[in-house]
Design a protein around this ligand. Structure first.
Ligand SMILES: [Ca+2]
Ligand SMILES: [Ca+2]
Ligand SMILES: [Ca+2]
Ligand SMILES: [Ca+2]
Length: 134
């Protein structure tokens, strides 16, 4: 009975809060476009992207040795299925120090996700990108 009651309560909370309140996290397929699109114009600009990106723990999970930088090896193992060209790591490393900061990683990811290079992510582009972290 106790479990049933808790389950019912949990369902009620989920229904009451709606999809927009789903928690962020690696492996969460429900990362919400609407949450990232803070001004609600149906597109995610670079600033909205960065704020949304910073709320994820994606970078931290990829940063296996927790030095707040992605080495070439950390990046390579993470990005194996992302379809990036082989120069991605070098191209994203804006300051050429041989590692990617979270800023460099975010900028690089945004550039790849923004397939039509208009500086904005629409729903499709966002969905494509989020799939990296499913
Ligand atoms: Ca927006
Ligand atoms: Ca690292
Ligand atoms: Ca760098
Ligand atoms: Ca775009």
């Amino acid at each position: 009975m106790r479990i049933t009651r808790l389950a019912t309560l949990g369902l009620a909370v989920i229904l009451a809060s709606g999809c927009a309140a789903m928690p962020f996290g690696l492996g969460d397929a429900d990362v919400g476009f609407a949450e990232w699109d803070m001004d609600g114009n149906g597109l995610i600009g670079n600033d909205e992207f960065r704020m949304g990106f910073d709320k994820q723990d994606w970078f931290d999970v990829l940063d296996k040795d927790n030095n707040n930088m992605l080495s070439n090896g950390e990046f390579a193992s993470a990005s194996a299925g992302w379809g990036l060209d082989s120069n991605a790591f070098v191209n994203w490393d804006a300051n050429r120090d041989g590692v990617l900061s979270d800023d460099e990683f975010g900028e690089g990811a945004f550039g790849v996700w923004d397939k039509n290079d208009d500086g904005l992510l629409d729903d499709d582009e966002f969905g494509f990108g989020v799939d990296w972290f499913d």
